[in-house]
Design a protein around this ligand. Structure first.
Ligand SMILES: NC(=O)c1ccc[n+]([C@@H]2O[C@H](COP(=O)([O-])OP(=O)(O)OC[C@H]3O[C@@H](n4cnc5c(N)ncnc54)[C@H](O)[C@@H]3O)[C@@H](O)[C@H]2O)c1
Length: 264
């Protein structure tokens, strides 16, 4: 087992399609004990049965847009655990209207909300988790290529992911002296609740499926497997990294439709 008896706090399961759910399942398979969080009662209803299925230690409310909610969440966690080995931050938010059309129309309030939930929350949650984390602990968040390249319609979330990736690097240097690692997985597109908010997501999946090196899309489970790698001792020398799990899409510039496959 790669994470035997490790205590993994997983934030961001909304349903069985969530990347966080794939991570939770893979970490559990490797021997980790799991606590899940949810932001509100609507998501709680969906998460509770999944937590039961997984045999999670607890399911706790945590709306990352509220410092009070984060504090209450960690007070609850401390009733179950005296430390945390693994923190998976797999959550983001932007208004649907900001995931389509013109980026220039982004409002100040939308920008504030998206950056707050999708990027600042990593800092806020890490700060609360820190007293419970010791050397060898690992923090993992989820990002997307839209942070560094324009992906049409990804718009405001691209800016939020750019901020999130910078947070990963600064936190990695902050926590490095404590032996705590901070990394991000840059996942290829996966059909989830959050992804379906991006206009034209179906076409994006089709294009990536054709244009990636592996000529297919990735699965949430593949992100879950890489989460285990970043959570475990296998990646003990890795921090501050953006690790792509995208079937190689980011390494290419274009695919020439009638070119012969490289290996033929
Ligand atoms: N699906 C993709 O194509 C893809 C690709 C790359 C990166 N990601 C990232 O992966 C992460 C997980 O998204 P997903 O695709 O699994 O979708 P998802 O909808 O299953 O998960 C998003 C989660 O964010 C949570 N959330 C939103 N606002 C919150 C708040 N205020 N407090 C606490 N939680 C809140 C939701 O409850 C939900 O569980 C996100 O950061 C997303 O940007 C997704």
């Amino acid at each position: 087992m790669l994470t035997p008896n490790k205590r993994a706090l997983i934030m961001g399961v909304a349903n069985e399609r969530s990347i966080a759910w794939a991570a939770a399942q893979r970490l559990k398979l490797q021997g980790a004990e799991i606590i899940l969080t949810y932001p509100n009662d609507a998501i709680k209803k969906r998460v509770e049965p999944l937590a039961a299925e997984l045999g999670a230690k607890a399911v706790i409310e945590c709306d990352v847009s509220s410092d009070a909610s984060i504090t209450r969440c960690f007070e609850q966690i401390k009733k179950h655990w005296d430390h945390i080995d693994i923190l998976v931050h797999s959550l983001a938010f932007a208004d649907k209207q900001d995931l389509e059309g013109a980026f220039v129309t982004t409002s100040r309030e939308s920008f504030r909300k998206a950056l707050d939930v999708s990027a600042y929350s990593l800092i806020a949650v890490t700060r609360e988790a820190l007293p419970l984390m010791k050397s060898g602990s690992s923090i993992i968040t989820m990002t997307y290529l839209g942070a560094t390249k324009v992906i049409q319609n990804y718009n405001l979330m691209g800016v939020a992911k750019a901020a999130l990736e910078a947070c990963v690097r600064y936190l990695a240097w902050d926590l490095g002296s404590k032996g705590i690692r901070v990394n991000a997985i840059s996942a290829g597109p996966v059909k989830t609740l959050a992804a379906s908010g991006v206009r034209g997501f179906r076409s994006l999946l089709d294009s990536v499926g054709q244009m990636s090196a592996l000529q297919r899309n990735i699965t949430a489970d593949e992100v879950g497997k890489s989460t285990v790698y970043l959570a475990s001792d296998l990646s003990s020398g890795v921090t501050g990294e953006i690790h792509f799990v995208d079937a190689g899409f980011n390494t290419g510039a274009l695919r020439v439709p009638d070119a012969k496959p490289q290996a033929d």
